[in-house]
Design a protein around this ligand. Sequence first.
Ligand code: 9MR
Length: 370
Amino acid sequence: MKKILQQLVPSVLLLISCQFCTAQKKNISGSKGLKDAYIADFLIGTALNTGQIEERNLKSNELIRQQFNAVTPENCMKAEHIHPEWDRYDFTLPDKLMAYSQKNNMKLNGHTLIWHSQLPRFAHRIQSVDSFRTFFESHINTVASRYSGKIFSWDVVNEALNEDGTLRKSVFLDKLGPDYIVEAFRLAEKASPKTELYYNDYNNEQPLKRAGCLELVKKVQAAGVRIDGVGIQGHWHLGKVPFAAIEESILAYHALGLKVMITELDIEVLPRKFQGADVNQRQASNPALNPYANGIPDSILAQQAKDYEELFRLFLKHRDKITRVTFWGVDDGQSWLNGWPVPGRTNFPLLFDRQLLPKPAYHAVMGLKK
Ligand code: 9MR
């Protein structure tokens, strides 16, 4: 009997320890993320690039599925990619993203139908107003109707305003006049009737631009056309997050009956000369502008955690008005801020580091829900 027991004990122990390993693994992959912590408040989203949509990196994919319940394509639904030639559309990657979001129960926000930037080259060459109108209409019809019934929301128009609240001088304004925004919403509503429709911009929490944004929304509403929400992009800077202006804007947009979203959140830690996200503004490279290439001090990470914490405290205060908070990327290595406005820098704007590990800012945001 004793002998049998002696033989059995090691196998039983092995069995127990293996079960423990599996439980541990399950725990890791199944542990709660931001999306779970904030489930009763608002969606937590991220922007995805090609590699992430194609699930090329296992660890990154696991992190995305663990943390987020909303996704926005960082680039692949922009006109230059999805509509590269007059009569040719490329839905390969957008279709993969649609399938990815369905498979993972994530809400997909289409970004973006009408934007002056990242337009296909042919669009700039169109001379006649009639042809440009045909491009404008068929682009919205074709792209929006393809995902009708499946896509949760669209950024119908992106960045149509100047900093002073006037309409940006773009090819759309030039060719179609100021009513192009109302028209874009009208067409999107027709092509994708069940999808939420948003206007999206950066710095539209700032007073002048906010006033312009409110006017724009009122004009769409007055035309009897549906607009469901406004996206405040949220490209902010360490130690300079404009909390008061953000709160005033949430209230002002909500007062028009709109849902409010933070759509491209990051808190940049490197110096630059201006606020916002106008991709045409650049600065020359210079080592003084890249101080943390060999590592970021703990004090900076602590300040960033404080900024994110205060921001999420504000979002929670207005959880009845905010429907989604989306980060512009998953981890610091992916961020567009490594290449803009100064090329080749090492930036640290997000909640996960280059090893995909949570930063102090992540723990601060999660801490609010403990
Ligand atoms: O993150 C995007 C980057 O990969 C592109 O090169 C860039 C080109 O315009 O666009 C970035 O995303 C922008 C978004 O679509 C609209 N708001 C500003 C974002 C950062 O530039």
